[in-house]
Design a binder for this molecule. Structure first.
Ligand code: CAA
Length: 260
C-alpha cells in the first residue's frame, strides 16, 4: 500500500474492512487536489485487494470535510478550472466497486457533503452537520451536490439547502433520508463498523453486483435498469458464492463466502 500525506489508510482495520481517514485536521479536512488524488489512488488499491470487502471513509470528530479547498481555487480563472478539472478525480472515486460507508462527524459541507453522498451509505454522529454552502462564497455545488442531494432528500429541502447555504443536523438528515444511522459522537465509527461487518459477511461478488445495479437506478430508465439488474443476477450463478449461499440455506448452516 502506498503511503499518503493527507489520508491514513488501514487496509486490515477489521476483518475484510478497510478504514480510510481524511487527515488534514488544520484545514477541517478541506479537499485539496492532492488529498483527492490520494483518495482516488487508495480506493483503487483497496478495490484491487481481495481481502478487503467493505471500505469505511471517515474524518475526525470535528469535520468529515469542510468542502473543496477554497484557498486553492480562490484566484483561479474559468480556463484554469477547466484545465485542472478537479472533479475528474471524483469520477475515480465513484468507480469503486466495493461498498463504501461514510462515517461522518462534525462538518460535511460543500465537497465534503458531496463526498459523503458519493459513498454508498452514511453513518453520522449526533454532531454531524450537512450543507452545501457554496452559494455563500459566490458559487454552487460542483461535485454532484445539485443532483445527489435532490435525489436523496427531494427537491424542496435540496433547493433550500443549496440556495440558502443553511446546514441541517443529523436528525433532520435522517428524517430526510440522507443518512442511514445516527450514533453518539464517541460511537459513530463503531456504528459504521457494525454496518460494514453486516455487509462484509455477505458474498463480495453479490454485494458488488448489487451496488452496481442500485447505482444504475440513477442513470437508467426503469426498463433498462430492470434488465441490468437481471443480467447481474444471472451472472452471479457463475460463481461459487451462489452455490455456497444456497447450499448453506438448504443445509441449515451459515454460509462461508470466499468471493469466487
Ligand atoms: N477550504 C480551505 N480552508 C478551509 C475550508 C475550506 N473549504 N474550510 C475550513 N478551512 C480552514 C479555515 O480557513 C481555517 O484555516 P486557518 O486556521 O488557516 O484560518 C481552518 O480551516 C479552520 O476553519 P475555521 O477557523 O473557519 O473554523 P470554524 O469552526 O470557525 O468554522 C466552518 C467552521 C463553518 C466549517 C468554516 O470553516 C467554513 O465555513 N468553511 C467553508 C465551508 C464551505 O464553504 N465549503 C464549501 C467549499 S466550496 C466546494 O466545496 C465546491 C464543491 O462543490 C466541491
Amino acid at each position: 500500500m502506498n503511503t499518503f500525506e493527507f489520508i491514513i489508510v488501514e487496509p486490515a482495520y477489521q476483518q475484510h474492512i478497510a478504514l480510510v481517514r481524511l487527515n488534514r485536521p488544520d484545514a477541517l479536512n478541506a479537499l485539496n487536489l492532492q488529498l483527492m488524488g490520494e483518495l482516488r489512488d487508495a480506493l483503487k488499491e483497496l478495490d484491487d485487494m481481495d481481502e478487503v470487502r467493505v471500505i469505511v471513509l471517515t474524518g475526525n470528530e470535528k469535520a468529515f470535510a469542510a468542502g473543496a479547498d477554497i484557498k486553492q481555487m480562490a484566484d483561479k480563472s474559468a480556463i484554469d478550472m477547466l484545465k485542472i478539472d478537479q472533479f475528474s478525480t471524483w469520477d475515480g472515486i465513484k468507480r469503486t466497486k466495493k461498498p463504501i460507508i461514510a462515517a461522518v462527524s462534525g462538518f460535511a459541507l460543500g465537497g465534503g457533503c458531496e463526498l459523503a453522498m458519493t459513498c454508498d451509505m452514511i453513518v453520522a454522529s449526533e454532531t454531524a452537520k450537512f450543507g452545501q454552502p457554496e452559494i455563500k462564497i459566490g458559487v454552487m455545488p460542483g461535485a454532484g451536490g445539485t443532483q445527489r442531494l435532490s435525489r436523496a432528500v427531494g427537491k424542496a429541502l435540496a433547493m433550500e439547502m443549496i440556495l440558502t447555504g443553511n446546514f441541517i443536523n443529523a436528525e433532520k438528515a435522517m428524517a430526510a433520508g440522507l443518512i442511514n444511522r445516527i450514533a453518539p459522537v464517541e460511537l459513530y465509527l463503531d456504528e459504521a463498523m457494525k454496518l460494514a461487518t453486516e455487509i462484509a459477511v455477505q458474498s463480495p461478488l453479490a454485494t458488488q453486483m448489487a451496488k452496481e445495479a442500485v447505482l444504475k437506478s440513477y442513470e437508467l430508465g426503469l426498463q433498462e435498469g430492470l434488465y441490468f439488474e437481471r443480467k447481474n443476477y444471472y451472472l452471479l450463478f457463475a460463481g461459487q458464492d451462489q452455490k455456497e449461499g444456497m447450499s448453506a440455506f438448504i443445509e441449515k448452516r451459515k454460509p462461508d463466502f470466499k468471493g469466487n
